[in-house]
Design a protein around this ligand. Sequence first.
Ligand code: PMP
Length: 462
Amino acid sequence: EYKDMSKERMMEIRRQNCNPMTMKVTYYKKPVYIHQGHMQWLWDVDGRRYLDLFAGVATVSVGHCHPTRLQKVTAAAEKQLRKLWHTTNIYVYSPLHEYTEKLAATLPDPLKVIYLTNSGSEANDLAMLMARLHTGNFDVITLRGSYHGGSPHTMGLTSNAAYKYPVASGLGCHNTMCPDVFAGPWGGSNCRDSPIQTIRDCSCPQGSCTANDKYIGQLNEVFATSVPSRIAAFFAEPIMGVGGAVQYPKNFLKDTYKLVRERGGVCIADEVQTGFGRTGSHFWGFQGHDVIPDMVTMAKGIANGFPMGAVVTTPEVAASFAKGVHFNTFGGNPVACAIASSVLDTMEEDGTQQISHNVGTYLLTELAKMRDKYEIIGDVRGKGLQIGVEMVKDKASRKPLPPAAMSEIFEDTKDMGVLIGKGGVYGQTFRIKPPMCITRDDADFFLAVFNQALHNYMEDHH
Ligand code: PMP
């Protein structure tokens, strides 16, 4: 019988032997000591149950320890562990081929060549390298406020001070202004009132909103001032994740892709959070923008929490990369492939994309009502189960709600049994990205809890 270590002992070890960052920043003031998970639920060592609406940052895609039916995730892992754990992919083994064929089928042409990695940072690193080799150019552009990884190269793609270190990193990486129609300087008055669009529906009267042009103007300034005339790549998530579920004006990605390609660059969609049906209407977030990238990177939900990542690209880009030998010891190992394959099957059998659409739209709609009720909710946005609730001091200023206030609401929500996330450059956005097995009842439970937490905060401070 497995027994958890005592909380005191865990903290002692954490102070002495664990990553000190995690000691400085325990996510909650009173840490949550997790014992076990089951679908959308987590239990702590004292037996308290939490509704998990953060899913290890959109990672647990089909549910913790998915239990039902033999072929599902846990069973697939067990079966593979008994048969073959590892050889390196210099040999040929079935799970890798079964999986890559299945994954390729979810992507449109010409995105058919897959490289398996062990994390999102590794996938983005590889994508950056491939883009440079393919184009013969060096400079890469990302959106300000984005997160694309923590390795030295991807730290340059990432644009958030919290994740930066004062070392030489990300040479050749540049940022353009994030086209945030709520907190940015430009955005039509109707942008906030359409919470259920991937691309906000830009419903301002024809010609009255020029936000997209203005943000594209910023990109043109980056082209004019910061990079050579030809560039290697542009990276963006279809809906920004760590940055706080920021959605871009209609056509922003489409226009950007065109400009990037005119300068010889490739376009890369980071689907680490938005992929695998999370946005509800589409399996891949980029499909909601009417674009086809040259490369797609993915991780997190790909294997429901088992370490795995991937770069998917075109035969043309792959050919440029084939000039050297690419090797990755653990990338595409049989266990990860068996799990990821079972995750794809489970997504189909359980209809997780449809759940994302249904429950996500319901949550967005109800949260939008709360936005209209509470002065401190500035914006509700996202799509499917990739949701952000931007908290403000007041609606007029749109200034971020300060960290102490965010923390109060966040802790209170946890104490009432719901785990959510925080994000945004100023930590001002609550993030909801649950396992895609949640129900409408779970959504109602969260809405009641969140409403109570906001009510408590308002009672205490206003
Ligand atoms: N891209 C995005 C959009 C992410 O959210 C993350 C992780 N938060 C990464 C890349 C990096 O993934 P990993 O932590 O697996 O390296």
